[in-house]
Design a protein around this ligand. Structure first.
Ligand code: 1CP
Length: 421
């Protein structure tokens, strides 16, 4: 294939469009091309053909063609990225939310030497604890060690993260005047340590194990800012949302811009996927979510679209919001253990992959019960367009790391074609 054809093809269609075509036809054939190792021709259903750029994993449609079709794993993509893109993966990929944390003795050893915020501000420490679970557990993705409050903390005084309690905000955000404290963020200037940690981690990781960047979604970050810390009822947050919807909208948009800027910077520094955590959004009705949260979250995903990295969206106790959250525009929707993956996928639709959803407390059960529960998740996910195995929420601090390793090995031992049988 000539360079001109290649360049023309790149202009013709972007990777996202290509992914959609694949989703519609669900068939990809890798017809290895001996003369051009950098670009691998693929047949996509009947009537379309394309090439996969091995270096960037971008897929490019080149024009009409008629070819035979077989289902084959795309060996050029790490299993995690393939599953996110709903392409056949060589194995079911698995990682764990909060995999970098107190369940690992090596994390606790590092933590004894530093405060939590110091760990985040020292790139070599953040990079080390990001890599710890990859080494010990053999997971298919790393997640950056940081916190959802880190970007706000970098521009607002009086915010700290307390052990066990999480983020604490000395002077909560309750009025229009408080919004002035949230200026736009400039990640290279305000968060250089986060971006340096991303660069250090990606330099160490094997290409098979992508780094996931992340940010907190507007509702969840706002809940800390408005309440002053963690909350059960979100009384002040909802009071602002219902009582002063314009102030709320302004706050949500500022936080959306902050999340977007930090995620884009993390991708520029080397993150190959992003997750937007809206952990507490399940506290809202669907109507309130649609009116007061969806527009801001949608802005974030739209602003990431051109970057060609999988975008994951996750909330806890948000089964009633799955359809609405899917409309925010992610490629993968995280599901907690309360909703079976098959049902979640039918709500989310066939153009998105699912991530989840083993109950984190199953890791405290006897090994044979744990094995059964892992099998149940794989069975629920069987035949879905794309499945990234994860817990339904974060690893709990007292979890035995051997139980986590057991889950990784069990998931990897399953042939993706027969997983769940
Ligand atoms: O003392 C300690 O060692 C701190 C414990 C801890 C850790 C390990 C906190 C405080 N944050 C983290 C890391 C963290 N937080 C990561 C790192 C990567 C990984 O997942 O391995 C990530 C992605 C987060 C994101 C985060 N922070 C969320 C969203 C995800 C979720 O679990 O819902 C939320 C809600 C936070 C706030 C926060 N930070 C820390 C705590 C204990 C909390 C929750 C507090 C609360 O219940 O409100």
């Amino acid at each position: 294939m000539s360079d001109e054809t290649r360049a023309g093809a790149t202009d013709l269609l972007d990777g996202q469009h290509h992914t959609k075509v694949i989703a519609a036809l669900a068939i990809v054939t890798d017809l290895h091309h001996p003369g051009d190792p950098g670009f691998v021709p693929v047949a996509i259903g009947v009537g379309l053909s394309g090439i996969v750029d091995r270096s960037s994993h971008r897929s490019i449609l080149t024009g009409p063609d008629t070819v035979s079709c077989v289902n084959a794993a795309d060996e050029t993509l790490p299993p995690f990225l393939a599953a996110c893109r709903r392409l056949p993966a060589s194995r079911v990929p698995v990682w764990f939310m909060r995999q970098a944390g107190r369940s690992l003795p090596e994390y606790r050893a590092v933590r004894e030497q530093h405060t939590f915020s110091d760990m985040i501000r020292r790139p070599e420490v953040a990079a080390e604890v990001t890599l710890q679970p990859v080494r010990r557990l053999g997971v298919d993705a790393a997640i950056l060690f940081s916190d959802i409050i880190t970007p706000v903390q970098s521009i607002v005084a009086g915010i700290d993260v307390h052990p066990g309690k999480g983020p604490v905000i000395e002077v909560p955000f309750r009025t229009r005047a408080d919004l002035a404290r949230l200026r736009p963020i400039e990640p290279e200037i305000d968060l250089p340590y986060v971006l340096e940690a991303v660069r250090m981690v990606t330099a160490e990781l094997s290409p098979e194990v992508p780094l996931i960047g992340f940010a907190g979604a507007p509702f969840t970050v706002a809940s800390y800012l408005v309440e002053g810390g963690r909350s059960k009822e979100y009384v002040h947050t909802k009071a602002l949302m219902y009582g002063e919807p314009e102030v709320w909208e302004d706050l949500a948009n500022r936080l959306a811009d902050m999340a977007l800027a930090t995620l884009r910077a993390q991708v520029a520094a080397g993150a190959r996927a992003v997750q937007l955590f809206d952990s507490w959004v399940g506290a809202l009705s669907e109507a309130d979510y649609r009116r007061h949260v969806l527009p801001a979250s949608r802005r974030i995903f739209a602003g990431l679209a051109e970057l060609d990295v999988p975008r994951i969206h996750f909330g806890v106790g948000a089964g009633h919001l799955l359809g609405a959250m899917a409309e925010a525009g992610a490629d993968v929707v995280g599901v907690d253990w309360r909703t079976p993956l098959g049902r979640a996928s039918s709500i989310i639709g066939p153009d998105k992959a699912v991530q989840g959803n083993l109950d984190p407390t199953a890791l405290f059960a006897p090994p044979e019960v744990l094995d059964t529960k892992v099998g149940d998740v794989l069975r629920d996910a069987k035949g879905l367009p794309g499945h990234v195995f994860n817990l339904g929420w974060g690893v709990m601090p007292d979890t035995d790391p051997d139980a986590l390793r057991r889950v990784v090995d069990l998931v990897h031992a399953r042939d993706p074609e027969t997983a769940g049988t």
